[in-house]
Design a protein around this ligand. Structure first.
Ligand SMILES: NC(=O)c1ccc[n+]([C@@H]2O[C@H](COP(=O)([O-])OP(=O)(O)OC[C@H]3O[C@@H](n4cnc5c(N)ncnc54)[C@H](O)[C@@H]3O)[C@@H](O)[C@H]2O)c1
Length: 370
């Protein structure tokens, strides 16, 4: 692919397409967006107008888009229940696929995606852009260098005091596969597992709540929700244990009466030091019989007004993804890693339903990459 522009098709031209994928891809010289598909035709047309290469095609059926011969990559940016079928079809049609998070609505559909990528030899990645943040990258370096020692306790945090997404079909249990847990808990869990390189869960306990969802005229940054449409949980919590002894507590909520909020964040506690993202990235430890806390400077290290460090994880994600295609390397977010995240989220939902723990006897999910 070197020296050639990568031809990308967009499926689902809604919020995340306009907010992350299309503006990021538009900044890359080695990419052209040649096809746009949305079940609402005007959205696909608008995408093509604003971001399309000359002659960009517009479709309302993704099957027409993935059938294009002169197309290298498909970005799947639809609601969650369409992630797996569209991704599998695009891989089978010989395209590389970037699919938005969460990978799929359950582990069966996620595994179908993993298997399709492995069968076809095409690349598949998931839109966990938080891995590309400067603080996440720095913390990953610290973890990989062993600076925290053995991390044996972690928290994956995705808690909003109020932040119920009222557009699209986010509140629809059937189409999304769940609420805040699958929507934002997925980012925090992905970050925590990736930082600690830990993909072998052995047991999961979970609880879900639906306590604030029935409110009429609720305070919410995106406007009050309709209780009749709100069919998912409003909070979910998990307790996950791993085969190396690590425990992760996952907290996720779209609406919780708390001032302790934070999203796409992790807290790591290791034998040598700890780290958290609760007030920027902070490292805490003990030296010379004293406790210390440091905050690495994430910005302002360049020349005033010419800083190249204005953080845009969406752009970094797009760059790395397209580079992995051009150079034929593995994307940072690997399918089997996202599969394990999906398995754990599903187990939290299952445990919440039965009131019992879920045990993974043998985790085959990530054998090939971890
Ligand atoms: N990475 C992130 O932080 C992040 C943030 C927001 C959303 N997302 C994910 O992105 C996905 C889309 O979310 P959104 O906020 O853009 O939703 P949205 O409702 O704004 O956009 C989805 C679009 O897909 C279209 N669509 C639905 N079914 C389709 C199909 N079968 N074929 C073609 N188009 C179809 C809809 O008409 C709509 O325009 C979700 O999976 C969501 O979880 C990720």
């Amino acid at each position: 692919m070197k020296g050639k522009k990568v031809k990308v098709g967009i499926v689902g031209v809604g919020g995340i397409a306009n907010g992350k994928h299309m503006p990021s891809l538009a900044k890359l010289d080695n990419v052209e967006m040649v096809a746009f598909c949305d079940v609402i035709k005007e959205r696909a047309e608008k995408g093509a107008e604003e971001y399309g290469a000359p002659g960009a095609k517009v479709f309302t059926d993704y099957r027409d888009l993935i059938a294009l011969e002169d197309l290298d990559v498909v970005h799947v940016l639809t609601p969650n229940d369409d992630h797996s079928p569209i991704t599998v079809a695009a891989l089978e049609a010989g395209k590389h696929v970037m699919c938005e998070k969460p990978m799929a609505i359950n582990s069966k559909e996620a595994m179908a995606m993993v298997e399709a990528a492995e069968r076809t030899g095409k690349k598949l990645t998931i839109g966990y852009q938080n891995r590309f943040r400067a603080d996440s990258q720095y913390l990953k370096n610290l973890c990989d260098a062993g600076e925290l020692g053995e991390v044996y306790f972690a928290k994956a945090l995705a808690v909003r005091r109020r932040g119920v997404p009222t557009w699209g079909i986010f509140l629809n249990e059937k189409r999304q596969g769940g609420g805040p847990l699958i929507d934002i808990g997925t980012h925090a869990l992905d970050l925590t597992l990736w930082l600690t390189s830990n993909y072998k869960p052995v047991s999961v306990m979970g609880v879900t709540y639906r306590k604030l969802a029935d409110r009429e005229n609720a305070a919410n940054p995106w406007g009050p929700w309709d209780p009749k449409e709100f069919t998912t949980e409003d909070s979910a919590f998990g307790f996950v244990q791993f085969d190396n002894g690590m425990t992760v507590i996952l907290e996720s909520s779209w609406a919780l009466n708390t001032l302790q909020v934070g999203e796409a964040m992790t807290v790591l506690c290791g034998t040598k030091a700890g780290a958290d993202m609760l007030d920027g990235l902070r490292i805490n430890g003990e030296r010379f019989s004293k406790l210390y806390t440091t905050k690495p400077a994430m910005r302002g290290q360049g020349v005033a007004f010419y800083d190249a460090d204005d953080e845009d994880p969406g752009l970094e994600e797009a760059k790395a993804w397209i580079d992995s295609i051009i150079n034929d390397t593995e994307p940072l977010v690997k399918p089997r890693e996202a599969y394990v995240v999906t398995q754990i989220l599903e187990a939290i939902y299952d445990s919440a339903k039965t009131g019992k723990p879920v045990y993974f006897n043998e985790n085959k999910g990530c054998d090939k990459c971890c």
